[in-house]
Design a protein around this ligand. Sequence first.
Ligand code: SF4
Ligand code: ZN
Length: 313
Amino acid sequence: MKCDICGDRAIAYVKHLGAYLCKGHFVDYFEARVKRTLLRFKLVAPGDRVAVAVSGGKDSIATLYLLKMFSRELGYEVFGLAVDEGIQGYREYKLDALKKIASSVGVRLLVASFREYLGCSLDEAAKILLERGLEIKPCTVCGVFRRYVINKVAREMGATKLAMGHNLDDEIQVYLMNLLKGNIANLSREGIMTGTVQHHKFVRRIKPLYFILEKETLIYTRIRGLYTPFVECPYVVYSMRHNIRRWINRLEFEEPGSKLKFMASKELLVALLEGRGTEMGLNTCRVCGEPSSGYTCRACQLRSYLGVLTHKK
Ligand code: SF4
Ligand code: ZN
């Protein structure tokens, strides 16, 4: 196949454009699309200090790289924020690679750990969860603790925005998980920028890759040489999301276009929910003082379950 723009060898078909593109034109398309998203949805503004949550996956690395690339022109500052969950045989490899990438991109990278902020590593938490028959899954603890640490550290570092590497596939997975669990109210805070959730300690989240398919980021990061070694988290087997991801990919293979249809239905539902009283107002956790939807935040509830609630940071 040839590039529909220049006639060189094509490396990808971009469904959104209905065109085959060569390496160079794919990079142009990808970067222009992300920049347009930043501008169209006003995700960043001059003077912003943007913390990019980097997990070590291709999406968060692409987000860090692109936000740094546009920062001078759009007038904001960027730094990376990584969380060390304490997962042996996984996180240390990702962190090493992340530090190298951050230094090659020219951004500062902060690392905050579960142990320091919450009192136990994920490995220690998982041991307790397994002993108690997995009433709560490691990924649940990991997700709650990670959101807690990222928001707290970003705020302490003076961030005005918190950029997440969530792509279109991630958005669909979270959408379906919320539907399956009946968490309709959560949908109102899953847009491209959190706006309905307000609390003075909550840093607004932005998602520059919201309209980008996972496989497009994969191609982009390969072309740009931005990747970390493939190491899989040992707890991924307990994850509901893992199954949903596989199911959606199979559906897309059998019924092409399903992902875009899911996204369209999500956008419609989010728009319908707006102003219907489903927005999540936030309280302040009576234990730790962080934003919370109830009297006690989810992180403190889990810390109590794990027996590490007395830890103070
Ligand atoms: Fe955390 Fe689960 Fe992802 Fe592992 S697979 S890093 S436990 S969310
Ligand atoms: Zn709390």
